[in-house]
Design a protein around this ligand. Structure first.
Ligand code: GSH
Length: 205
């Protein structure tokens, strides 16, 4: 029996963070995936996660864990390999802030995507522009942050991987690589990892 159940979707970058960590740490086989369409009017996700969002992880004692940074923290304590979250000190702060930065850019991208799905008359160009400015500033900050990346993958880098993968998936016309050679170069290498390739997003047919 699986040790964990994960409220999952094939396209959520936040779910992808969890799955990248699971593949990196050998935990993927311990996680049963519960596919959820959080946008379906009759979704039951709220019965597990009161916030109505994926990912949510259910432990074998029934404890529900969200959101993705907490899930990554819980799973990181469940494997015997090197931790992907530094235990203490400035490195811990750096890695967790990196995760928060990439998560925040993802939040802005999701808001932008959802705004674009509203009926045309209800869309706000100013709101979309606000999100796009946050995305641009966040990516510029990541371009600088790359120079401080550690040699081993951590939860910050996992989140950056999920973010850049999401940009290529949902916004292929955005040229995020333009003017961000260091970030693009890092991604070129990191995106070849088996954990990234095993978790490529796919729209349901
Ligand atoms: N901060 C959350 C974000 C999760 C999130 O926004 N998930 C999206 C899918 S990509 C969702 O389920 N949205 C449903 C909603 O907002 O109602 C995390 O890190 O887990």
């Amino acid at each position: 029996m699986s040790r964990f159940r994960l409220c999952w979707s094939p396209t959520s970058p936040f779910v992808r963070k969890v799955m990248i960590l699971a593949h990196e740490t050998g935990l993927a086989g311990d996680i049963e995936l519960l596919a959820k369409n959080v946008w379906a009017p009759d979704t039951d996700i709220g019965a597990t996660n009161p916030l109505g969002k994926v990912p949510a992880l259910v432990l074998d004692d029934g404890t529900v864990v969200f959101d993705s940074p907490v899930i990554l923290d819980v799973l990181d304590r469940q494997h015997g390999g090197p931790s992907l979250i530094p235990a203490t000190g400035p490195e811990r702060t750096r890695v967790l802030t990196l995760q928060a930065l990439a998560d925040g850019v993802l939040d802005a991208l999701v808001l932008r995507l959802l705004e674009g799905r509203r009926p045309e008359a209800e869309r706000s160009a100013a709101w979309v522009e606000r999100q796009m400015r946050a995305v641009a500033r966040g990516l510029d900050a990541l371009e600088d942050a790359v120079f401080g990346f550690g040699p081993a993958l951590d939860v910050g880098q996992i989140t950056v991987l999920a973010l850049l993968g999401y940009l290529d998936f949902r916004f292929p016309a955005d040229d995020w690589r333009d003017g961000r050679a260091a970030l693009a170069g890092w991604f070129e290498t990191a995106s070849k990892r088996p954990s990234f390739l095993a978790t490529l997003p796919k729209d349901p047919v």
